[in-house]
Write a protein that binds this ligand. Sequence first.
Ligand code: ATP
Ligand code: MG
Length: 668
Amino acid sequence: MGLISKIKDIDIMDLILSKLHGGLFRKVSTVFVGIFIIFSLIIFAFFSFQQLRYLKNSLINEGNSLVSALAINSKLGVLAGNELMLKKEATGFLYQPNVIGISIFDRDAALMSIKKKGKEHIAMRLASISDIKGRMKKGESPPFIYEDKRCIDIWAPVYVSVEFKDEEEMMLGIAPKKKRLVGWVELILDKSDILRKERLYTLYSLSLFILCIAWAYYLMRRASLKIVGPLDRMYKLVRGFSSVEEMHEIPVEKRHDEAGRLASAFNELVRRVKKREEEKERLERQLLNAQKLEAIGSLSSGIAHDFNNVLSSIMGGADMIKYHLQRGEEISLNTAEIILMSCVKAREMIGRLMTYTKGQEVEKRPLKLNDQVIMIKKLVAGIISDDIEVKLDITPDDPIVFANPTQIYQVLMNMVTNAQDAMPLGGSLKIGTKVVEISETEASKKASWINPGKYALISIEDTGIGMDEETKKRIFDPFFTTKEMDKGTGLGLHNSYSIIKEHDGFIDVISSPGKGTTFQIYLPIADVKEVVVDQEEEESLKDLPHGYGTILVADDDMFVRGFLKDLLTDFGYDVILATNGMDVMKKFKENIDKVDLLLLDIVMPYKHGRAIQDEIRHIKPEVKIIFMSGYPDYVLEEKGIFISDIEYLHKPIRSAFLIKKIQQAMNS
Ligand SMILES: Nc1ncnc2c1ncn2[C@@H]1O[C@H](COP(=O)(O)OP(=O)(O)OP(=O)(O)O)[C@@H](O)[C@H]1O
Ligand SMILES: [Mg+2]
């Protein structure tokens, strides 16, 4: 499983935890509170029911005792049919709590005595004597109880004992074997008291219940937080991770429960992901190095190709000079220009190579396209075969593009060389510029990176052999060539295509066999009005005055030393040459009074330039020192040589520029 999938796991975990957090807390709280409410409700209902039952049973028991006592007490009154006696008996019972009515009937159901509290108790009667008789016939035993929501109605028969064994038994009230029904007593009990008590009880219970719920909610919340809290903290921590670097382990809090175990598992995951990330970075670095090496490999073949083109013009130019000098003829200024321009291009190519190896972007700047084309025409005119006519057709619009001049030069030189190769028997080569507008539909047809708008168009048109459709399809492929083994690498157009693409442009080709070829290079017009001209390039030796003084020149390259001696001597200076660091010190000490300026290569055998400077400053502080080097700045820094505080010139140096710098240093 790859790292990406691990990271996806973390996303999923984040999602789960976020859902868990919202959901789990709610769920745990809801479940807890829900269970508590259900339990409380059941307990509440159970106890309410029990309480009500208890109250009712107490009332019924009380009623039963009263009715039994009344039945016994009324015996004589009923037997004697003495209403006064009965009334007296009943009055005592009527003052008992909850009793609202008492009725006493004789055997024939005639009412013998009624006592009542209020008037309504007759209306409250729930049964009649015939109901009682019916229940007695069924074998039910008294007292007989009837109940509705307002009252309890209790009936009991009044018996007298018959067939006593003797008078003593009768006096003692010992139950005889036989008894005779002589009447009925009825007691009505009011339920409003127990209903009131029940209401009060319900109110108390309900308040207690609400209090319990609030308390339970508080406890549940605390309990839920205790369960969900660590998950919540984990969730917040995981949410905070926006990259692998920001992943931290979660403080486990020495918990041994599920949350603790989850945190430990997560920490283990974090450790593994970090380890994998480190491994991945290590592999990426390795891959990058491998790719860099590969890129340098293919780059060097590309550069070698373009460098050979440049060297061709330099060698061609030098051959021409030699040839004319040998014949005692005048040398054309144009030939020198060709050599110089080629050298400038070669220097820029080296710069580009350095930029590439450092992984930086190629430097682009506003460029007058017509100037580039004119320069190419000049170059080409000097080296192209005589049987090819070179024509120029530039637009007066003078388009400015944002480009790297060396790369544009490279592309144009490739096209021109191809055109020459396509015209072995001679012909005509037309180089032109134009400004064109590209519509949205055209842009979408050209290439995916092309935006509609104004473009500068450079066309290179030849009257050569042309190409068939098959060749045309493959010309931009790397190493595709139709030329002989040593004549073409097949990289020219491939490089050109990449360069133009890097400039947000594109290349079109129009060609058919025998009818010549036209390459059209489109580059977006830059949104600038003026271009800055490179000062160094504008200097000319002929404009510079001669000087005087002694210069100690040190370089380990014999040709550079030789050239510098010639140049400086020509400009009036006395020159002492040194070949390495030790030699510089020796020559300096020998000529200490004469030397006005040192022109030092920074990196030399035995002692580098900056170390020499430190020594010389102690011996002769006023002496001027100019450094030069062919190494790029970053290489010098890697070697521990810092150049930010010294006068330093990059090789190759234009002669006029060097002379000017020397003159400025001498005069300062
Ligand atoms: N102007 C042209 N006329 C006819 N064919 C051309 C023209 N330009 C390019 N080609 C064809 O495209 C092929 C590829 O060109 P490219 O510049 O990439 O490589 P090359 O010229 O063969 O090699 P190199 O550039 O190293 O000299 C050429 O071999 C040739 O067949
Ligand atoms: Mg080519």
